[in-house]
Design a binder for this molecule. Sequence first.
Ligand SMILES: [Zn+2]
Length: 97
Amino acid sequence: MLYKNPYCRKMKNSFIMIVSCGYCKTDIARYQKVGRGNLLRMHIDRIIEGNIDFSKQPKALLCPNCKEQLGTRITLKREKKEVYKMLRSTFNTREES
Ligand SMILES: [Zn+2]
């Protein structure tokens, strides 16, 4: 993958999720998901690898293949963290075995 996050550390109660584009099925990122439940936000610091250069923290999360928008970057004020708020039904997730 294009981007690798050297700072990503293993977190408790997490598993690795592959996020892919819902339009063209291109893999977007390997993500460390904490807790069960749907992916609503993708924390940039939990992205392990990606096919997008997340080090540039693009404002819109666009599929590198079909350019559809899958999410928007927002700042969580309380935690001062950059996350992608994922747009509903534009992406797929699967657990990495
Ligand atoms: Zn796509």
